[in-house]
Design a protein around this ligand. Structure first.
Ligand code: HEM
Length: 321
C-alpha cells in the first residue's frame, strides 16, 4: 500500500503546529473549567458558556478547533503508518531506545485521549448540537413577549390557569365575531393563535417559578428537561435555550465512576503532554542547547498546571467543596 507523498518533516511540522494550538486550547479550557468550582449558582460559568455558545467569532474558532483535533489525529496516524510501511519487517531485537518507548507511548496515550473525547463529547458537546439529551437553561427575559406577559398578568390577577385565561378571551371574541368585518375576524384569529402559542410558555414560566428553578439572580430558568426544551424551541424559537453545563458538570462529578474515569484520563493526558510540549518545540526548531532546560522546565510546569487544574474540578465537586 502506498500513501500520498508528503515529506515526513512537513507532516511533523504540521503535527507540531496543530499540537501547539491544542496546548493553548487546553490551557484556556482548564482555566474556564475552574469557574465550575465557584459556589455562585453557575453565574460565572454559565455566562462564560453563554458567551462561547453565542459569539460568532468563538463559533468560527470552535469549527477550527474541531478541524484541528481531527487533523492532529489523522496526521499522527498517517505518520505512524508511513513509519511502519517504511519498515514492513520488524526488528529482530526489540528496540530499547528511550525515543522508541515514548513515541510508542504517545500513540497509546493518544488513542486513550481519543476514546475519552468520544465520551466527553457525548456528555457535553453533543448536547449543544442537540444529538444527546441533557439539562438546559434559558434567560427568563427572552421568553417574555407581549402575549406571554399578558397571559401571566391576567392569570395572576384573576387566579386562573393560563389556558383558562385564553379560553375566556376566546369566548369573549366569539360573542363579537359576527359584528366584525371579515378582515377584522382574520386579525382576531391571528392574535388568538399567538395567544394560544404563548400558553405553554406562560405555563412553563409559572411552573419554573413555583418549583424554584430560577437562578439566584432570577435571570435564568434552570433544570429544563429535553422535552421542555423541544417545546420552547417550537413555541418560542427565538428564546435561545442552551445547555446548562454548570449543573451538568456538577451532576456528572457526583458519580464516583465518572470522577475516576476523568482522573485516569488526566494521568494519561499528563503522559501525553510531557512528551508533546518539548517535542513541539523541537520540531518547530525553537529549541537549542541554550534553551533546552528552560523548555523542559516550562513543559513540566505547563503539564502539572493543566493536570492539576483539570483534576481539581471532579475531585472538589465530588468532595462537595
Ligand atoms: C474537568 C474536566 C473537564 C470538564 C468539566 C469539561 C467540560 C466541558 C464542557 C462543559 C464542554 C462544552 C463547552 C461548550 O461547548 O461550550 C467541553 C467541550 C470540550 N472539551 Fe472539555 N471538559 C473537561 C476536560 C477536557 C479535556 C481533558 C479535554 C481534552 C483532552 C477536553 C476537550 C474538550 C473539547 C475538544 C471540547 C469541544 C470544544 C468546545 O466546545 O470548547 N475537555 N468540555
Amino acid at each position: 500500500m502506498e500513501l500520498p507523498k508528503i515529506h515526513s518533516i512537513t507532516k511533523k511540522l504540521l503535527v507540531a503546529l496543530v499540537g501547539a494550538f491544542l496546548l493553548l486550547f487546553l490551557l484556556f479550557h482548564m482555566t474556564a473549567n475552574l469557574f465550575i468550582l465557584r459556589h455562585d449558582d453557575g453565574a460565572w460559568y454559565s455566562a462564560f458558556c453563554h458567551f462561547m455558545g453565542t459569539n460568532w467569532v468563538v463559533k468560527i474558532f470552535e469549527v477550527i478547533l474541531l478541524g484541528v483535533v481531527a487533523l492532529h489525529i489523522l496526521l499522527t496516524l498517517w505518520l505512524a503508518l508511513t513509519n511502519r510501511l517504511a519498515r514492513p519487517t520488524r526488528y529482530h531485537q526489540p528496540q530499547r531506545s528511550k525515543t522508541h518507548t515514548t513515541s510508542k507511548l504517545m500513540a497509546w496515550t493518544g488513542v486513550l485521549i481519543f476514546a475519552f473525547l468520544v465520551m466527553h463529547f457525548c456528555q457535553f458537546y453533543f448536547v449543544k448540537t442537540g444529538w444527546v439529551k441533557g439539562q438546559y437553561m434559558v434567560e427568563v427575559e427572552k421568553l417574555q413577549n407581549e402575549e406571554v406577559n399578558t397571559i401571566m398578568q391576567y392569570s395572576a390577577q384573576n387566579g386562573m390557569e393560563p389556558k383558562d385565561v385564553v379560553a375566556a378571551v376566546e369566548n369573549q371574541m366569539a360573542m363579537y365575531a359576527d359584528q366584525l368585518a371579515p378582515e377584522q375576524v382574520a386579525e382576531m384569529e391571528a392574535n388568538m393563535q399567538s395567544l394560544k402559542n404563548a400558553v405553554p410558555v406562560a405555563e412553563f414560566i409559572s411552573k419554573s417559578i413555583l418549583e424554584d428553578n430560577l437562578s439566584e439572580d432570577r435571570k435564568w430558568i434552570r433544570h429544563i428537561t429535553y422535552e421542555e426544551r423541544q417545546m420552547l424551541k417550537e413555541k418560542a424559537p427565538e428564546c435561545g435555550v442552551e445547555p446548562d453545563f454548570y449543573y451538568m458538570s456538577r451532576e456528572l462529578f457526583h458519580n464516583g465512576i465518572m470522577v475516576l474515569l476523568y482522573l485516569v484520563t488526566f494521568v494519561v493526558l499528563f503522559m501525553h503532554l510531557r512528551h508533546a510540549f518539548p517535542s513541539a518545540f523541537q520540531t518547530l526548531g525553537l529549541n537549542n542547547y541554550k534553551y533546552n532546560t528552560a523548555i523542559e522546565v516550562c513543559g513540566q510546569i505547563y503539564t502539572w498546571i493543566i493536570t492539576l487544574g483539570f483534576a481539581a474540578v471532579p475531585i472538589l465537586v465530588f468532595l462537595g467543596l
